[in-house]
Design a protein around this ligand. Structure first.
Ligand code: ASP
Length: 366
């Protein structure tokens, strides 16, 4: 039985800290290359979300406030972490993840990149809300140039709920971040005993602890405190990425327009008026564009705004030049990226001007 006991949860709620080393932000170097204990050193960067949520009613896990419990209390609630790694916490933000802005994404990535460069950091865990953790994971995967494990973690139930999932998810995330065999696997998400690729995973269910899914399957699992791996990421990330957060200070606007029957051109033209440098068309089926919208999208492309065809369908991937002649229209396809991940990749790619051909290359490679 690996779930945290009611006594532990009570400790958390009472604000009592079990014996575990908690520090504020680390001083700058010099750093010891190996911890005195011999254990891996893991920094837990907290950003808020339900994993830091609290509610008054244990039976009603949907009625709570996200982003309430500070990182030191999150760590203190899981004493088993101290058996796995030397951890310290840093509170980056205390927000629900639907409120993340581009500026906060950039900020977080710079912080994570700086931590990854330190000799006294072996792995990084980032606590996050589930709503947009897939976007943050993919962003960090693209722009943080490191082979050290970076592990996102979240929970579907607040710490005050019966059978809260955050404590075990956090322990598992630290286990993954501390494991040597987690290196160079891209940014990961550990939840519900699974190790998901940050690039591939998406929130598929909004009401169950088994909320995250990848159509290509998880990379591995954490079972009884051990990592087990079943596949490796094949797309460019980390040290193999051409993108580097140390050279990125802001992200351009990218809009998503959701496809359906009876669309209105204004959905696209108002996105352009709002400053979008690219539009992710979350089209029906194979990222299809209604015949009556083609001229609008061609006009928008002629103004220099990129048109990227993704799909509102959860699985599969968009084929280029199928129903729509992308070569003729100078459009891009998002390959297997869902619209929100395509938005992240487009924003990163368009931090430099580039033509649709080069943008399409990026959508094949990342
Ligand atoms: N709205 C919350 C968030 O994303 C939901 C969660 O964490 O599960 O911050």
């Amino acid at each position: 039985m690996r779930r945290p006991s009611a006594a532990l949860l009570a400790l958390l709620l009472a604000g009592v800290s079990p014996a575990i080393a908690l520090e504020g932000p680390a001083p700058a170097a010099p750093a010891a290359p190996v911890a005195a204990s011999g254990k891996p050193r893991v920094v837990i960067v907290a950003t808020g979300g339900t994993i830091a949520g609290a509610g008054a009613d244990a039976a009603n896990s949907a009625t709570y406030q996200a982003a309430k419990v500070p990182v030191d209390k999150l760590i203190a609630a899981v004493p088993a972490i101290a058996g796995v790694a030397e951890v310290r916490g840093e509170q980056a933000f205390q927000i629900a993840s639907e409120s993340f802005t581009n500026a906060q994404l950039v900020d977080l990535a710079k912080k994570v990149s700086a931590l990854a460069k330190r000799d006294d950091v072996d792995g990084i865990v980032i606590t996050h809300g589930t709503d947009t953790v897939e976007e943050t994971a993919y962003f960090l995967d693209l722009v943080v140039k490191t082979d050290k494990p970076i592990v996102m973690v979240a929970s579907m139930r607040p710490s005050t709920a019966i059978s809260a999932d955050g404590a075990l998810n956090l322990l598992d995330a630290v286990t993954v971040a501390a494991a040597k065999d987690s290196r160079a696997k891209g940014v990961l998400l550990t939840m519900n005993d699974e190790i998901q690729a940050g690039r591939d995973t998406t929130k598929r269910v909004n009401i169950k602890p088994s909320a995250f899914f990848s159509q290509w399957g998880p990379l591995g699992m954490v079972v009884e405190g051990k990592t087990y791996w079943f596949r490796a990421p094949v797309k460019r990330h980390g040290t193999a990425s051409e993108f580097d957060i140390d050279t990125i200070d802001a992200l351009p606007e990218v809009a998503i327009v959701y496809g359906s029957g009876n669309m209105h051109p204004e959905a696209y033209t108002s996105a352009v008026a709002g400053g979008a440098k690219a539009i992710i068309h979350a089209g029906t089926g194979n990222g299809s564009v209604a015949g009556y919208l083609v001229d609008t999208l061609k006009d928008i492309r002629a103004k220099g705004v990129q048109i990227i065809r993704s799909s509102r369908v959860g699985d599969g991937f968009v084929l280029r030049n199928a129903e729509q002649p992308d070569d003729t229209y100078d459009w891009v396809v998002a390959h297997d990226l869902n619209p929100q991940k395509a938005k992240i990749l487009a924003a990163v790619a368009l931090t430099k001007p580039r033509d649709a051909k080069d943008l399409q290359r990026i959508f094949w490679e990342y």
